[in-house]
Write a protein that binds this ligand. Sequence first.
Ligand SMILES: O=C(O)CCC(=O)C(=O)O
Ligand SMILES: [Mn+2]
Length: 237
Amino acid sequence: MTHFDRPVASPILRPHVVFVAAMSEKRKRREPASGREGRTALADGALIDFHRRPFTADAVGALTDALRREVPWTQRTVTVFGKKHLEPRLQCYQADDASLVYKYSGLTIVPVAFSPCVLAIRNRLFELFPGSPRYNTCLLNRYRNGDDSMGWHTDQDVARYGQDPHIASVSFGAERTFRLRRIADEGEKVDYVLGGGAVLVMHGTTQRTWQHSVPKQKSALERFNLTFRHIIAKGVV
Ligand SMILES: O=C(O)CCC(=O)C(=O)O
Ligand SMILES: [Mn+2]
């Protein structure tokens, strides 16, 4: 038998094909790593700074109550693939001035003024991390229970935030899993547990090389998340 007339094995039986398929299944099913306190350098140049308890317990209690009372929360309707639906969480967008609009799922969102409690949280971030950018906007999310969630996305928006922005995420109320996954290998995941005043800063290439999400979580209680961002170009629509 020459090498021309050797019978060709069916692709599903070829050992190397089976091996590669099994490997990619395994890659998808890998357990997420647990995020650690302090700085973690992730693959592809992403950087995460995590501080689990930077606020005092009294401050956490007072700020959580104030977020519930002071912020004008709304539930938005978004259109996905031509179908309108309510987002699975409440939101509010606040900024230093009304020209700092935000574009999102085809909507242009005009900010409202900062609530006093949001300004207090921003001031505390500037005290704790004096090298932070001068965050001029904040996107707030209120997860009413474990059915509220946020899907996989990045916050990459070069025109607004520049290349490789710092985004500071502060979470109050109940803890929820905040999951990161590497774009070049979606099986590589890292979980942080965020609530009770935890601060997580995404920087380096994070918005280009990793996505993040807040999955639904059975029996979870109310949680508030604030992401502070620095818009470099005013009036970009
Ligand atoms: O709730 C969170 O921890 C994440 C929020 C988020 O990713 C966003 O507002 O873009
Ligand atoms: Mn985000």
